[in-house]
Design a protein around this ligand. Structure first.
Ligand SMILES: Cc1ncc(COP(=O)(O)O)c(C=O)c1O
Length: 384
C-alpha cells in the first residue's frame, strides 16, 4: 500500500493517502460559486452524513479539526456560560482552553490520563450544577489511546437541557459512531485521520436542539459562524460562505467514495481487527497497554507504555531508521513514557505486521528481553 521511498506512516494522523486520491488533487481549479462545485459540495455533504449516520445538518470547513472545535464553542458559548468539560488527555483539555478563550466558564470534570470519563459522575454533575449549556467530550482521546462510552453519555445528556459536543476527530470514518442514535448535538471530525486525506478540512454536524441554542446565542464567531454556512448551503447552487480549499474537496469526494465502496460496517470491523491484532501483539511481547482497561482501548490508535530501561527516542528512532516505520511518542506529560501506533484510514494487516516486526527487532536491538516473533504470531492469529 505504501510507496517504497517513504516512511510507513503509523502515526495517529496524518495518514497515508491512496494514489487515486492523490491523483484527483492535481485537477484544475473551478469556480467555487458555480454549478460544478455545488454538485461536489452536495455529494460530499450527503456522503459525510452517511458516515456520521446522521440526518442533521453537516458542514465542511476549510480548517484543521481544531477549527471545528472552535466553531462549536464560538457558536454556543457567550461570556459567563457554563460548559462541562470532561478532561482526560491533551485533546479533551483543548476544549476547556477554547471555552475559556470565548469567555465561557469551564466546569472541570477531570479523569486520570489513561482512563475514560465515568458516565455516573457526568450525570451527578449535570444534576448538581444548574444551567450547564453544553458538555464537551472527546470520543477518541488520541493522546492516551482511550475510547469512551459515548453512547452511555448521550443517553444521560438527552435527559438534560444541555448540548452534547463530541470530538470524533480521530475516530469518525474508522469507528462506529451513530450521531443520531447517540444523540450527539454537535459532532466534529477532521480530514487527516480515518478519511485518509491531507490535513485541512473539518466536518461538523448540528442537531435541531443545537440550532435552537445557536439561534438565540450572541455568537462571537465570524469565519466559523454556522448560520452563514447554512444560508450558503441553501443557495442554488449550494456553496460555502468563503473560498473553500477546492483541491481538498476533490480529494474528499474520492475518499468518501472509497469508504462507501468498502462499506461502512466493513471499515469499522477492519479497524477493530487492526486494533485487536495490535493489542494482542503488545501483550504477547509482555508490554503494557497504556489505557487502564482493555474495554476502553481505541480502535484507531494503540498507546503502549515504554518499557523500563528502553529509551522512547531510541526505540522510535530505530523503527524509523532501520525499518522505515514511523510511530508517535507521548504528548504533554506522557512524553517519553508511552508510544502510540496509529492504525486508521487505509491501514491493513500488512502494515500492522510490518510495524510489529519493526517494534520487535528494535526492542531486541535495544537489549530489551522479548521473545522474537511472539508479537507477530499473536497478531497473525487475529487476522486468520
Ligand atoms: C482527538 C483529537 N482532537 C483534536 C485534534 C486536533 O486536530 P487538528 O490538529 O486537526 O486541529 C486531534 C489531532 O490529533 C485529535 O486527535
Amino acid at each position: 500500500m505504501h510507496g517504497s521511498d517513504e516512511d510507513l506512516l503509523m502515526i495517529p494522523g496524518p495518514t497515508f493517502i491512496p494514489n487515486s486520491t492523490l491523483r484527483v488533487m492535481s485537477r484544475q481549479m473551478i469556480s467555487h460559486r458555480g454549478k460544478k462545485f455545488g454538485e461536489i459540495l452536495t455529494e460530499c455533504t450527503e456522503n459525510l452524513k452517511k458516515v456520521f449516520r446522521t440526518k442533521n445538518d453537516l458542514f465542511i470547513l476549510t480548517s484543521s479539526g481544531t477549527g471545528a472545535m472552535e466553531a462549536a464553542i464560538s457558536n454556543i458559548v457567550e461570556p459567563g456560560d457554563k460548559v462541562l468539560c470532561t478532561t482526560f488527555g491533551k485533546f479533551s483539555e483543548r476544549f476547556k482552553l477554547i471555552v475559556k478563550a470565548f469567555g465561557g466558564v469551564p466546569i472541570d470534570l477531570t479523569f486520570e490520563w489513561g482512563d475514560a470519563p465515568d458516565p455516573v459522575l457526568i450525570e451527578e454533575t449535570l444534576e448538581k450544577e444548574e444551567n450547564i449549556k453544553a458538555i464537551t467530550i472527546t470520543h477518541n482521546e488520541t493522546s492516551t489511546g482511550v475510547r469512551i462510552p459515548l453512547d452511555e453519555i448521550g443517553k444521560i445528556v438527552k435527559k438534560h437541557d444541555t448540548l452534547l459536543i463530541a470530538d470524533t476527530i480521530s475516530s469518525m470514518g474508522g469507528d462506529y459512531i451513530p450521531v443520531d442514535d447517540w444523540k450527539i448535538d454537535i459532532c466534529i471530525s477532521g480530514s487527516q485521520k480515518c478519511f485518509s486525506l491531507p490535513p485541512g478540512l473539518a466536518f461538523i454536524s448540528v442537531s435541531e436542539k443545537a440550532w435552537n441554542v445557536i439561534n438565540r446565542t450572541k455568537r462571537r464567531a465570524f469565519y466559523f459562524d454556522l448560520p452563514a454556512y447554512l444560508e450558503s448551503y441553501k443557495k442554488d447552487p449550494p456553496e460555502l460562505p468563503y473560498t473553500p480549499a477546492l483541491t481538498f474537496f476533490y480529494a474528499l469526494q474520492n475518499s468518501l467514495k472509497l469508504l462507501l465502496e468498502e462499506g461502512l460496517d466493513s471499515v469499522v470491523s477492519r479497524h477493530e481487527k487492526l486494533a485487536q491484532a495490535t493489542r494482542e501483539a503488545i501483550k504477547a511481547l509482555e508490554l503494557e497497554l497504556f489505557p487502564k482497561r482493555e474495554d476502553i482501548c481505541s480502535v484507531t490508535v494503540t498507546a503502549v507504555q515504554t518499557p523500563n530501561g528502553v529509551s522512547d527516542k531510541e526505540l522510535r528512532g530505530s523503527m524509523q531508521k532501520d525499518y522505515g516505520v514511523l510511530i508517535s511518542g507521548g504528548q504533554g506529560k506522557l512524553k517519553g513514557k508511552i508510544f502510540r501506533i496509529g492504525h486508521m484510514g487505509q491501514a491493513t494487516d500488512k502494515e500492522i505486521l510490518t510495524t510489529i516486526y519493526a517494534l520487535e527487532k528494535s526492542l531486541k536491538k535495544l537489549d530489551h528481553r522479548i521473545e522474537l516473533g511472539a508479537g507477530i504470531e499473536a497478531a497473525i492469529k487475529v487476522f486468520t
